[in-house]
Write a protein that binds this ligand. Structure first.
Ligand SMILES: [Zn+2]
Ligand SMILES: [Zn+2]
Ligand SMILES: [Zn+2]
Length: 411
């Protein structure tokens, strides 16, 4: 007897009656998917804009297994890390699932029912009404980690003469220049290389923190790139006397007065002229938990674009904010610098290769539940992924034509 076909479950999941129990949730997903940031910056759109012929084209000759590519991940740590984020963002869905005391990640081929791909995670979530199997959306993006790495030789278990290279970030040295890095102290020291390509998976929470931190760069001091610009006083442009000053109890403005100083002409209490107050700024370094310290002596307002995610080198760290909670902070940034780094380390991953889908066999193994769709489902999934790749490839060729036209226009 044939098992339920994939289309049947989709139809069932999408019918309002079968869906009533989890309706709101499904709706949220629908919304979050259509609310993606940066419309027109989907993976397919991005590929349309690309004209390079190597470095992660869909369907390329990437022979590395998906699990090994997934292992090359980066995540922010307490110690600041200099990275360059390389577009595009790639949306994927999945869920950590615990079985026999082991946590493993299962990709959702259908993005939680949003696209027509056979998906055991989605099937069993609906079948069992099991919240524990509900996938969530993440964004993956390529990062070039602009730090020193040691090249460690990891021998193969089968053949000790063979093996592979593993890059481990150098632990660096303390303030006196004494290495705190165990690999630097090893004899012989494993060779150092600069720069590594990894990928960063951002949960929606992490993504929101990153967006907040990026928005905060607007206020960053352009002189030292560390502190934030704060207005602490208002001065008369005619006589240069202070009209208001937060550091002077006699001149401290209340909220209403400060709003007036920012938006209207006022009469100077010193020279009696009607003037527009000039802001007096200072640079303050945020130490976290609401405490600050004075920054540099030459505060300057920055010229940071609205979305400085790309084209900047960012130093990112996780900062303790109490109750075991941490938050992402950008402790330094500068326009992308030229580094002596292999060109392929600045190429984006082809995320379709390892976050695009998971075979039903692998899903079944991680979930510990049978592949109800059988080999036909596997084929259907392969066909779906092939069409996804073909779409991006077709778009890619179309852009190549556009690009050629563009070149023929004389300037
Ligand atoms: Zn080291
Ligand atoms: Zn004045
Ligand atoms: Zn400063």
């Amino acid at each position: 007897m044939p098992g339920p076909s994939f289309r049947d479950t989709r139809a069932q999941a999408q019918s309002p009656s079968a869906n009533s129990q989890q309706g709101p949730q499904a709706q949220t997903r629908q919304q979050s998917s259509s609310n993606q940031r940066g419309g027109g910056s989907s993976y397919a759109d991005w590929h349309r804009r690309q004209s390079q012929t190597s470095g992660g084209l869909p369907g390329g000759r990437n022979t590395r297994p998906a699990w090994s590519l997934r292992m090359e991940y980066w995540s922010p740590e307490a110690r600041p890390t200099r990275i360059r984020v390389i577009p595009p963002m790639f949306e994927y869905w999945g869920r950590w699932v615990e079985r026999q005391g082991k946590k493993r990640f299962v990709l959702s081929n259908s993005h939680g029912g949003l696209r027509p791909a056979p998906d055991l995670l989605y099937y069993y979530e609906r079948q069992e009404g099991n919240e524990q199997l509900a996938p969530y959306k993440s964004d993956a993006v390529t990062v070039a980690v602009l730090e020193n790495f040691h090249v460690l030789k990891v021998p193969s278990k089968k053949d000790p003469k063979k093996g592979y290279d593993r890059l481990v970030r150098c632990g660096g040295a303390d303030r006196r220049g004494v290495p705190t890095c165990e690999h630097c102290r090893a004899n012989p020291m494993p060779p150092l290389v600069f720069g590594n390509r990894q990928h960063w998976s951002l949960s929606s929470n992490m993504r929101a923190q990153l967006d907040d931190a990026l928005a905060g760069l607007h206020n960053r001091c352009a002189s030292c790139l560390r502190g934030a610009i704060q207005v602490y006083a208002y001065k008369c442009p005619e006589c240069s006397e202070m009209l208001a000053d937060h550091y002077n109890a006699d001149l401290r403005p209340d909220e209403e007065q400060e709003a007036t100083l920012k938006s209207e002409d006022v009469e100077c209490q010193h020279c009696n002229k009607t003037v527009r107050a000039v802001e007096v700024i200072e640079c303050l370094e945020d130490l976290g938990g609401g405490s600050v310290r004075p920054g540099c002596d030459a505060p300057q307002r920055g010229q940071v674009p609205a979305d400085p995610l790309y084209g900047y080198d960012l130093q990112i760290a996780m900062r303790e904010i109490g109750n075991n909670a941490k938050e992402l902070v950008i402790v330094g940034f500068e326009p992308a610098q030229k580094y002596d780094i292999a060109a392929n380390k600045l190429q984006p991953y082809n995320f379709l290769d390892f976050f695009g889908h998971m075979t039903l066999a692998e899903q079944s193994e991680i979930l510990g539940r049978p592949n109800i769709f059988g080999p036909e489902g596997e084929e259907e999934l392969a066909t779906f992924m092939a069409s996804l790749r073909a779409d991006t490839r077709e778009g890619h060729e179309r852009v190549d034509d556009d690009a050629r036209d563009g070149e023929s226009i004389p300037w």
